[in-house]
Design a protein around this ligand. Structure first.
Ligand code: UT7
Length: 323
């Protein structure tokens, strides 16, 4: 039986930082409101020379260096993103080219909104378990700032850009212990982007080209659903809450994160929180938070990690990992 393990992590954030106070100059909001309701103080926003692909490249290079692997060692590329540079070639292929990976390995992008990284991680783990890949580059990346209505205070204060990456490799012992993925399309109108190429360019009119969200309804379902997936993950592995060393949650709102931590009976010191500095970076949020806590030394080899995410669709998922 083969397993996969995380061999290295990386992240890349745009240079430009936008604080709450700066946003308050252009929309009717305040630093106090944003901090109190979301925990966000600032977010990184892609500049003219930065795209989802350049952020993917930065995160991937860091993860490859941490894992001690080069372009010739990677035989699978998966990029979870809702904001690709092009419709096609897909983001996996564009990243393959950028990194000079000439192994002709399968490479693809995958869209599951904020759960995109966990969907990609789960798939890569299955490729490795089945023996179809030995070493996978898995990225969650987003430039959601490019599809935000910067006049809509209910969304523009929430999101940021970035990319996080991991190298998954074959192992004798389980690193990725289990993954759990779900979706429920009945909630498709609570958090969505209304336009796609198939609708035709004439439908791309102002007001029809930005993320829309019924925030407090999303909030309620997110808290309930993430509580359930924590239970599901523990039960599937016969684990107790106390067996988890670190919770690495999707970074949408500190109040949602705290509710999930309470459900797990975890003190906030055991929860990796980056929402204050990164905002909600959608598919990038979980792998970036993982990388932050690996690089600052909090997460150590052997620790038991619970990753979870929730996003538009709704989609949601978790991964239990022995790091
Ligand atoms: O990543 C995918 C998953 N996404 C999420 O999980 C996001 C989930 N939702 C949330 O995080 C929260 O619902 C928000 C942070 C989006 C909003 O917080 P809330 O406590 O649910 O506020 P609300 O939407 O109920 O709005 C309360 C008030 C409203 O004013 P009235 O109607 O009470 O007068 C809003 O118009 O706050 C107002 N408001 C704002 N005020 C200042 C909404 N946005 C802002 C703002 N600044 N930026």
């Amino acid at each position: 039986m083969k397993y996969s393990r995380i061999a290295g992590t990386g992240r890349c954030l745009p240079q430009k930082v936008v604080t709450n106070a700066e946003l308050a100059k252009s929309v009717d909001t305040s630093d106090e409101w944003i901090r109190e309701r979301t925990g966000i103080s600032q977010r990184h926003i892609a500049g003219d020379d930065e795209t989802t692909l350049t952020l993917c490249e930065g995160a991937a290079l860091q993860a490859m260096e941490a894992a001690g692997v080069g372009p010739g060692d990677i035989d699978l590329i998966l990029v979870g993103t809702t904001t690709p540079d092009q419709v096609f070639p897909n983001m996996g292929v564009l990243l393959q080219h950028r990194l000079g990976i000439r192994t002709a390995c399968p490479s693809f992008g995958l869209e599951a909104a904020c759960t995109g990284f966990l969907y990609a991680l789960s798939l890569a783990d299955k490729f490795i378990r089945l023996g179809d890949a030995k070493r996978a580059l898995v990225v969650g990346a987003e430039t959601l700032s490019r599809m935000i209505d910067w006049q809509d205070r209910t969304t523009c204060v929430l999101f940021g850009d970035g990319a996080g990456a991991v190298i998954l490799e074959t192992a004798d012992e389980p690193g990725i212990i289990s993954t759990h993925l779900h979706a429920d399309g009945q909630y498709k109108d609570l958090l969505y982007h209304p336009w796609g190429v198939s609708q035709g360019a004439d439908k791309l009119v102002p007001g029809h080209d930005a993320v829309r969200m019924k925030g407090n309804e999303v909030f309620k379902v997110a808290v309930m659903t993430l509580g359930r997936i924590v239970d599901e993950t523990l039960a599937a592995n016969n684990l107790e809450k106390a067996d988890i060393d670190w919770l690495i949650p999707h970074q949408a709102n500190i109040r949602i994160i705290e509710a999930t931590a309470r459900k797990l009976g975890m003190p906030m010191e055991r929860v990796v929180v980056t929402v204050g500095e990164h905002g909600n970076t959608s598919a990038a949020s979980v792998p970036m938070a993982l990388d932050v806590a690996v690089r600052d030394g909090r997460i150590k080899r052997g620790d038991m990690l619970l990753l979870e995410a929730f996003g538009g669709g709704f989609t949601w998922g978790s991964a239990l990992i022995r790091y």
